[in-house]
Each structure stands twice: as structure tokens, then as C-alpha cells.
Design a binder for this molecule. Structure first.
Ligand code: AMP
Length: 384
């Protein structure tokens, strides 16, 4: 993969695919994390006197329709404040107009307004790929989607490379798949086995131990013959769960927090052997065995909460897990939207060695898949 830092970009015109798909209310950006993640590449380009056209999607608009609620104008205003530089919004793919403008930083309106984005069209891809001198892909969060700006544009660009964020994601996440520093502990939680199945299968080939929590654990507990009352469960996954349990690497909760409702009535901490028919398991207690594994691990991968952490009655497992990971000396990697929310809630992003910006892309990378954007970036040579 060609990296931005290995190319001569002085005075060049760069088209940079970023992921600025942020939550917006009215004209206000509610969470700037994804915008901030793009700043190193933008600043690096500006320091080298390059001109920039940013390309991003926002939400799920209808293709070919310019809808105000999905406009990138609030993102442009927010970015402009962060980099202290004017950011012009353009809605035409006209290379001469764009790069003859006095603005050093411009942003194209939501790429999903443009026909051909979703279908990975060669036509849109070749326009995007030839707009500037170099097509820079820095949108790790969308690297698992095969669309015109994430695949075809890279294919058609005479020079395409990975931006600084993309380079960082690729290098840290690759480290978590090719681990030398053991013991390697994976902690996987969240709602459903079906969305994490491939991750659990792949990680069970590389990790030494896998701690399973959250709603996912319920399916494994039921598969191992436990009564889980009215807990969230995926009965269609029971056979798969039984097979995975044969690996012997899976560690399930022994004590849990139960309630009859999500509201926090009759909350009890109890052994997994004492669950009543009328109760749900809504959090997993962090056992001493798990804490010891966290402290003795050299590498930790974390995805998914241990319980319904959005509710104070069921947050303890996730909170204590986050704190234990923060104090462990292991090289730790976390990813996924809910996991990052939990990290922001209970510890700091800096307490984890690396927090990925990807949700779906992070999961697919960790499942051992080659993401479409990475595959096409890997195929590029200078001038191809
Ligand atoms: P995911 O996006 O798959 O990581 O799932 C995150 C969601 O799983 C969070 O919103 C949690 O509320 C939910 N969750 C975690 N544990 C449980 C549980 N025991 N029962 C129901 N939902 C859960």
C-alpha cells in the first residue's frame, strides 16, 4: 500500500476521501470525533502547500437528490473552526473550478447525492479519481464498502494512496491479528452472536482466551445447558455456539446482574445457576479470574459492552472492564461504536493503546477479511 508520507505532494491537488459521517442536529455537529480523526492528514497536506478537496458521505440520502438534512455544510463549518481556515462547499465535480479556487480546503457535497456512488460506478469513480493529482483514501470507517469513492476512484486514479489515519488503522489492527506478545486476551460483548460470530470464530484461532459478555453470553450460556430465563437469546445460533464452546478458550460469566425489566426493578446480583424463569440477564460481573487474565495479558482486543451499560443499573461490568483495561500494561486495541462510547464514559481514549475509528470496518478487519478499499489500495503502484 502506498502511504501519503512516501509521496511528493508539494503544490499538488489532493482529493481526500474522509469519513465525516457525524451526528448532526439542525446545523450543529453533535460529536466531532470523526472530523478530528481526519485532521492529521489535512494538516500534513496544508503544511506541504497542497490544495485539498475532501469527499465524504453523511447518512443515507436518496441518490441523485440533494436533501438539506444530509448536506455537509454543518461539517464544513465545524471543520473550518477546528483548522482555523475557510472551508468552501462545492456541489459540482468540475476539476478546473475546484482547484482554481483561492480556497485551500474545499469539501464536496455529500458523495451519496451523486449518481453511481452506491453502485461503485466506473463513471463516477474515474471522475473522482482524475479530479486531482493524487487520490488519498483516509476513510477507514467506510473501507468495507465497495462504492465509487471507496473503490472505483482508487482503481481509476493514476496515483492513489492511504492517508495518515488509514495507515495508522492498518498498522495497529494488523498487529492485533499477528500477535507476538502473549498471552493474547480478546473480550467480546454486545447484543447478538450473529453480528459477532465471524469475529469470535476468527479470533479463537489467534487469541489465547476469549471473555464473552453482554447479550452474546446468554446464547452461549443456554448452549451450555444453563437456564437464562427471559434473557435476550438467539436460538438459531445455539448449535454454532455449542461448537465454539468446544474450543475451550471461551470464558463465560459466572455471576450476573438480573432484573425482570430493563427499567431497573428488582435488580439482583447472582450466580448463573440461580436465574429465575421470569428474569433477564442484563450485566456480567467481572470475576477475579477475568481481572487476573486482564492484568497478565500482553495483548488485549476489546469489542462490545458486558451489559446494557446505557442504564446505570447494568453498567458495572462494562465500567469495571474499561477501568481494568485502562490500568493493565497490555497493548490494548478497542473498536466499535458502543465500545468507544463506553471508553469515553468510564475512562479516556488515551487509556487504551489504540481505539479504531471503524465500526463495521473494524469488525470485518478483525474477522480476517481484506476490506475492498484496502484490496484496491494494495493493488496500486505509482503510475498504475
Ligand atoms: P453491539 O453493537 O453488538 O456491540 O451491542 C451493543 C448493545 O448491546 C448495547 O446497546 C447494549 O445495551 C446491548 N447489550 C449488552 N448486553 C446485553 C444484554 N445482556 N441484554 C440485552 N442487550 C445487551
Amino acid at each position: 500500500m502506498i502511504n501519503l508520507s512516501s509521496l511528493e505532494i508539494k503544490n499538488k491537488n489532493l482529493v481526500i476521501r474522509v469519513d465525516m459521517n457525524v451526528p448532526i442536529s439542525g446545523d450543529k455537529v453533535l460529536d466531532t470525533t470523526r472530523i478530528t480523526a481526519c485532521i492529521p492528514t489535512i494538516n500534513y497536506a496544508l503544511k506541504n502547500n497542497a490544495k485539498i478537496l475532501l469527499v465524504s458521505h453523511l447518512g443515507r440520502p436518496t441518490e441523485s437528490v440533494f436533501e438539506d438534512q444530509f448536506s455537509l455544510k454543518p461539517v464544513a463549518a465545524c471543520l473550518s473552526e477546528i483548522i482555523d481556515e475557510s472551508v468552501e462547499v462545492v456541489d459540482q465535480l468540475d476539476s478546473k473550478k475546484i482547484f482554481n479556487s483561492a480556497s485551500r480546503v474545499q469539501i464536496l457535497e455529500n458523495i451519496r447525492f451523486f449518481k453511481g456512488e452506491k453502485d461503485n460506478s466506473d463513471e463516477l469513480g474515474s471522475i473522482l479519481g482524475s479530479l486531482g493529482h493524487i487520490y488519498v483514501f483516509d476513510a477507514f470507517g467506510t473501507a468495507h464498502r465497495k462504492q465509487a469513492s471507496t473503490h472505483s476512484a482508487i482503481k481509476h486514479a493514476s496515483i492513489a494512496c492511504a492517508g495518515l489515519l488509514m495507515e495508522k488503522e492498518n498498522s495497529f489492527l494488523s498487529q492485533a491479528l499477528n500477535v507476538d506478545d502473549r498471552p493474547y486476551l480478546a473480550v467480546i460483548g454486545g447484543a447478538k452472536v450473529s453480528t459477532k460470530l465471524e469475529l469470535i470464530k476468527h479470533i479463537s484461532n489467534v487469541a489465547d482466551h476469549i471473555i464473552v459478555g453482554g447479550g452474546i453470553a446468554n446464547t452461549f450460556l443456554k448452549a451450555s445447558g444453563k437456564n437464562i430465563g427471559t434473557s435476550l437469546v438467539e436460538d438459531s445460533m445455539l448449535d454454532v455456539a455449542k461448537n465454539i464452546l468446544n474450543h475451550k478458550k471461551i470464558i463465560l460469566p459466572k455471576r450476573v446482574v438480573t432484573s425482570k425489566t430493563f427499567k431497573g426493578e428488582n435488580v439482583n446480583k447472582k450466580s448463573i445457576h440461580d436465574i429465575l424463569e421470569s428474569e433477564m440477564i442484563l450485566d456480567a460481573c467481572l470475576e477475579q479470574e477475568v481481572i487476573s487474565l486482564i492484568y497478565s495479558a500482553k495483548t488485549i482486543l476489546w469489542n462490545g459492552p458486558m451489559g446494557v451499560f446505557e442504564n446505570i443499573y447494568f453498567e458495572e461490568g462494562t465500567r469495571e472492564l474499561a477501568k481494568a483495561i485502562a490500568t493493565s500494561e497490555a497493548f490494548s486495541i478497542a473498536g466499535g461504536g458502543e465500545t468507544l462510547s463506553a471508553i469515553n464514559k468510564y475512562i479516556k481514549l488515551d487509556d487504551v493503546s489504540y481505539c479504531s475509528t471503524g465500526g463495521g470496518a473494524f469488525l470485518e478487519f478483525m474477522e480476517g477479511k481484506v476490506l475492498p478499499s484496502i484490496e484496491v489500495l494494495n493493488s496500486k503502484e505509482i503510475g498504475s
